[in-house]
Design a protein around this ligand. Structure first.
Ligand code: ACO
Length: 326
């Protein structure tokens, strides 16, 4: 018997404060119709200034644990995927472990931009498959509002704040079956935070040039994202002999409704088989996929074939095929 890792619980959290397209119209030269037509986004959530990414991760985990018979002390490992950690170090995973009382857990952060949650999920699954751990929490959380220049209409309309978490446990049926990942570092310059790292440490100059905010060549990223996400999803389907009829749901990273539609179309999947909540939350970066699972959890059945897919900065992209376990 092969031991696989199955998602056995899901939790989510979005801040209460809503930032609508209409409100953005007052901040930059944009309009509600343009944002809806070009991205599918209607509103996004914004976290209070005095709260951090770890606070959202904690909320998502507490929501998850409330649906199980487990306590934080039962957790072996916490992996947090984020591009907006509380600090450069210590890792946000450590802060979360402390806040929830996961005294028997270790943890670390991962960063693969918008594909981070899939990379973290696959990393977490290895600890289960190897037999090293029995309970791994994978958290995708981002306070993107700190990364966004609210004077730049190219980016500020896209992003929002949120967190999602899944619990991985061993299983002998269902669970994570297959995956494929890719990176193309030559795409790095098209989507990045230019300053604040070791190459361009924060300085008065980088702050003046607003290089601590997201820089994106949207048109180029869009082109690569459409191809990358559709290609890799199709490859994972082929590799597992899955037809569109076999798939219960596609769970795509929520960056732009048009990228989601193109991926779904290539996979031959109708709208009702595609999880979409971008209209409510925008792009929450590492939180998009677990937030979809959180919202669709009640509709999922054991054995459902689920395809997860993401594309983002790096470029980094990937797809995971799993069978829902509960
Ligand atoms: N409101 C009104 N007009 C706008 C806005 C706005 N908010 N933003 C741009 N425009 C204008 C542009 O200036 C341009 O005007 P011009 O033709 O006079 O120059 C026109 O609209 C068209 O601009 P495009 O950039 O070509 O618009 P596009 O249809 O490509 O949409 C968008 C832009 C939404 C950013 C899109 O390119 C996109 O979604 N890109 C991919 C984003 C993505 O997937 N990111 C990866 C994940 S993020 C991560 O990993 C952290």
């Amino acid at each position: 018997m092969i031991t696989r890792a199955a998602i056995t619980a899901v939790g989510g959290y979005v801040p209460e404060k809503i930032l609508t397209n209409k409100e953005l119209e007052k901040m930059v030269d944009t309009n509600d119709q343009w944002i809806r037509d070009r991205t599918g986004i209607e509103e996004r959530r914004i976290l209070d200034k005095d709260r951090a990414t770890s606070d959202m991760g904690v909320e998502a985990i507490l929501n998850l644990l409330s649906k199980t018979n487990y306590s934080a002390e039962d957790i072996d490992l916490i992996i947090v995927s984020t591009v907006s950690p509380d600090y450069v170090y210590p890792a946000t995973a450590n802060i979360i472990a402390d806040k929830i009382g996961a005294v028997n857990s270790w943890g670390f952060d991962m960063n693969a931009a918008c594909s981070g949650f899939l990379y973290a999920l696959r990393t977490g699954s290895q600890f289960i498959e190897s037999g090293m751990h029995k309970k791994v929490l994978v958290v995708g959380a981002d306070k993107m509002s700190i990364r966004v220049d609210y004077e730049d209409r190219n980016t500020c309309i896209l992003f929002g704040d949120g967190a999602g978490a899944v619990l991985l446990e061993p299983t002998e049926e269902n669970g994570i079956i297959d995956s494929k990942f890719a990176v193309d570092g030559s795409g790095g310059n098209f989507l990045m935070q230019k300053a604040g790292g070791s190459k361009y440490p924060t300085s008065l100059e980088t702050l003046k040039n607003k290089e601590h905010y997201i820089y994106q060549d949207g048109r180029t990223v869009f082109k690569f994202a459409v191809k990358g996400m559709a290609d890799i999803t199709e490859e994972v389907m082929k590799q597992n002999n899955l037809t569109a009829d076999d798939v219960a749901y596609l769970v795509p990273h929520q960056a732009n409704k048009r990228i989601i539609d193109a991926t779904a179309k290539r996979a031959g999947l109708p709208d009702e088989k595609v999880m979409v909540n971008i209209q409510k939350y925008g792009n929450t970066t590492n939180a998009t996929i677990p937030l979809c699972l959180w919202e669709w959890e009640d509709k999922l059945k054991p054995g459902d074939n689920i395809l997860l897919a993401a594309f983002g900065g790096g470029f980094a992209w990937g797809s995971i095929y799993l069978k829902w376990a509960y």
